[in-house]
Design a protein around this ligand. Structure first.
Ligand code: NAD
Ligand code: ISE
Length: 334
């Protein structure tokens, strides 16, 4: 079956996902496009035979020929589009964040639970990355003994002027929060944020930051987030267990040795580093959407990650470990 997709949001990642759906993956057709910027929409529909422009995301969701929705607009717009898509009973892929407050996330969960089956997949693409999957499989196999500590680094070469200090937590660290929950298969129960002397390239930004998270089973997670580190986009992760460690290898495909130096490429940005992970998450999404449902990271995962982000923002202000308290997990997400 070909899933007829409507895309809301044609910015950086929206355009990359449209390329993926139209040029890389089988089983999808982009038939509808919407954005608050009509010029962006016009430029996209001009390139895609049969695609129509819609004045609003709601009109796109309601369109009879749209089977499934991709939301890639700004975070604060996600809740309204998710609720509309769930009301229409259509499968929806939503880029992170699910929504920008815990309360909004819970409204999405309530709507999906009332609908009675999963419709929402959240864009935590790292769960589909080959290296992360091998890392998780290694931990699960028992090869390194019981996992005790996970150390991660999330480094962006630079960020736009619109990036704020809290975005290091809600926009960037959110991926590592999801990875920690997924690797340990446990919730985060507390978070502290510390910051060293600031990177002078970041202006007034609190950058870098160091996050320390408590997992429900007693393990600890540390994450460095640096967003002006200049050299490249570098994503690192190492699990330390009772009898060994497992870490993500360098992500370059080849090593060049010349004039006494061995060198490899470090990705420029998230599009390059996670290109195949995004492809895989969409393969999974399309397969589930063809069956009228969703798979992978759920609305619960989006809510739980947001709850940790909210506690992280409080922790950055208080300097204390802030507890994370979640609602009871509904059966739909067990
Ligand atoms: P962007 O600013 O480049 O694009 C956002 C687009 O949304 C713009 O074209 C804007 O006009 C449009 N938009 C804003 N409000 C809208 C509305 N009400 N209705 C329709 N369109 C609207 O941002 P981006 O970098 O593409 O990020 C978009 C989303 O994707 C964000 O939620 C972001 O967190 C997420 N994202 C995820 C990843 C990832 O690695 N998974 C990477 C980048 C961005
Ligand atoms: C961006 O929104 C993403 O989601 C990227 O994966 C992340 O690395 C980056 O820091 C965010 O700004």
């Amino acid at each position: 079956m070909t899933v007829k997709v409507g895309v809301i949001g044609t910015g950086m990642i929206g355009l990359d996902h449209i390329r993926r759906l139209t040029e890389v993956l089988a089983g999808a057709r982009v038939v509808a496009v919407s954005d608050i910027n009509p010029e962006r929409v016009a430029a996209v529909v001009e390139r895609i035979p049969g695609a129509r422009a819609y004045p609003t995301g709601e009109a796109l969701i309601d369109a009879a020929d749209v089977d499934a929705i991709l939301i890639a607009s700004w975070g604060p717009t996600h809740e309204a589009y998710l609720l509309h898509a769930i009301k229409a009973g259509k499968p929806v892929f939503c880029e992170k964040p699910l929504a920008t407050t815990q309360e909004a996330c819970l409204r999405v969960i309530d709507a999906e639970v009332a609908h009675g089956k999963r419709l929402v997949q959240v864009g935590f693409m790292r769960r589909f990355d080959h290296a992360y999957r091998v890392l998780k499989d290694t931990v699960t196999s028992g090869a390194i003994g019981a996992p005790l500590l996970y150390h991660a680094a999330h480094r962006n070469p630079s960020v736009p002027d619109t990036y704020t200090s809290d975005m290091a937590i809600i926009d960037t660290l959110v991926h590592d929060i999801d990875v920690a929950r997924w690797l340990f298969d446990e919730e985060v129960t507390g978070i502290a944020i510390r910051a060293p002397r600031a990177n002078s390239k970041g202006g007034i930004l609190r950058d870098p930051i160091f996050a320390l998270m408590d997992m429900a089973g007693g393990a600890l997670v540390t994450v460095e987030v640096s967003v002006n580190i200049d050299y490249a986009y570098d994503i690192r992760g190492e699990m330390s267990g009772e009898s060994g460690t497992v870490e993500l290898a360098e992500s370059n495909a080849v090593v060049v040795k010349s004039k006494g130096v061995a060198a490899g490429r470090v990705p420029a940005d998230w599009r390059e580093r996670f290109i195949t992970a995004y492809d895989e998450e969409f393969r999974a999404w399309l397969a589930a959407a063809a069956q009228g449902t969703a798979t992978g990271p759920s609305a619960w995962d989006g809510y739980a990650a947001q709850a940790v982000c909210d506690a992280g923002v409080r922790a950055a202000a208080s300097g204390e470990i802030e507890p994370v308290r979640l609602r009871e997990r509904p059966g739909l997400y067990q």
